[in-house]
Design a protein around this ligand. Structure first.
Ligand SMILES: *Cc1c(COP(=O)(O)O)cnc(C)c1O
Length: 390
């Protein structure tokens, strides 16, 4: 496919194979293995003389390759790999490029922090966590020889923004690679490779899947960087199933319209809540008075569907509000058609001591929302009526 098509067009057409039966998109090859006409034919594929299908766990399956080509195109990357989950993608990335050490910036996803603090150090991998306010120490830390800088932007649940251009420039000057978890923004709102990062990381479970019905992950980047990850995925057994890959391709065709709608609705909800007498703060990068609004605007083309409200008073007040919601569902995860709400205190950051949460700017009275596909008026009405509980 030509490179210069618009992102929306690529969401529909990139990676789709012309099927002999006339299907407009790649069928699901629900197959674990593929047959050959001769040993010579088999050896051509095994020894890499021609691309071919072989065994699904290796990724050598047309449905897997098709969704990978589409995903690569969405991040304007040469190559992509899919995984059984976002955490599988991160683990493979860390095994491939983090062995000399990993610096993680800010408030990363809970599973990422667990991998970096509880598991990888057991294998002798040095890991350093820097909070947002400590990003000035990155230069010093990178002198220790860490090979990989990992960050999310915006981060959960405070919507903190990191300057991808500046962090990439600094990290590259130390010879370190930069991987950005682009799950929250999605490639529609933020093109991390164009901003200077080396690898885009996704939990496809969220916006890419977009329907709360599949678990998956992806890495995108240059061919030189992505190819060495494939043997780790293969031998750690982290492959995505072909049925899931077909479902993910289905979802990606509508990604731009879903994300654009979620951007608009989140902006409307944020604006409706900012002057509510029971709301202390609205954290949404699209608000003019959000502290990092200008930085967000310099690297994002839309501000996303995630926002956090801080309710006046104690954490109990926030619990009363969340328990008073009728339409919005109390659940972790994000990016689906149903709007979801979580109190970081009870879910995503439950494992942290209260002092640790405060150090990260997370208060007990915060509620994080993933805005879905419902009408903004209905969500605002649900919030207004739940806020009457306090
Ligand atoms: C959910 C999530 C992950 C982990 O993805 P899974 O698909 O649940 O393994 C990683 N990073 C971010 C930002 C997430 O939201």
């Amino acid at each position: 496919m030509k490179r210069n098509y618009d992102l929306s067009t690529r969401c529909v057409h990139a990676g789709e194979a012309n099927d002999a039966e006339g299907s407009p998109h790649t069928p699901i090859y629900n197959t674990t293995t593929f047959g050959f006409r001769s040993t010579a034919d088999l050896l051509d594929v095994v020894e890499g003389r021609r691309p071919g299908n072989l065994y699904t766990r290796y990724g050598l399956n047309p449905t897997i390759r098709s969704v990978e080509a589409k995903l690569a195109s969405l991040e304007n990357a040469e190559s992509a790999l899919v995984f059984a989950s976002g955490m599988a993608a991160e683990a493979a990335l860390f095994f491939t490029y983090g062995r000399k050490g990993i610096v993680c910036l800010g408030n990363a996803y809970g599973g990422t922090l667990a991998l970096l603090t509880d598991h990888l150090p057991l294998l002798g991998v040095p890991t350093t966590l820097l909070l947002g306010g400590e990003v000035g120490k990155l230069d010093e830390v990178l002198k220790q020889g860490h090979g990989l800088v990992f960050l999310e932007t915006p981060t959960n649940p405070t919507m903190e923004i990191f300057d991808i251009r500046e962090i990439s420039r600094l990290s590259h000057s130390h010879g370190a690679l930069v991987a950005v978890d682009n799950t929250f923004a999605s490639p529609i709102n933020q093109q991390v490779l164009a901003l200077g990062a080396d690898i885009a990381v996704h939990s496809a479970t969220k916006y890419l899947g977009g329907h709360s019905d599949l678990t998956g992950g992806a890495l995108m980047g240059s061919k030189d960087l992505i190819e060495p990850v494939a043997p780790w995925r293969k031998n750690l057994g982290q492959m995505m199933a072909p049925e899931v890959a077909g479902l993910l391709s289905r979802s990606l065709r509508t990604l731009p319209i879903r994300v654009e709608r979620q951007n608009r609705t989140a902006q409307a909800v944020a604006e409706a809540m900012r002057n509510h007498p029971k709301v202390a703060r609205v954290l949404y990068p699209g608000l003019q008075d959000f502290p990092q609004h200008a930085l967000a605007g310099s690297q994002m083309s839309g501000f996303g569907g995630m926002l956090t409200l801080e309710i006046n008073g104690s954490g109990e007040n926030a619990t009363k509000v969340i328990d008073g919601l009728e339409l919005i569902i109390i659940a972790p995860s994000l990016g689906g058609p149903e709007s979801l709400a979580t109190q970081p205190m009870t879910t995503t950051h439950h494992g942290l001591a209260p002092e640790e949460r405060l150090k990260r700017g997370i208060t007990d009275s915060m509620i994080r929302f993933s805005i879905g596909m419902e009408a903004a008026e209905d969500l605002i009405e649900d919030l207004n009526s739940a806020l009457e509980n306090v």
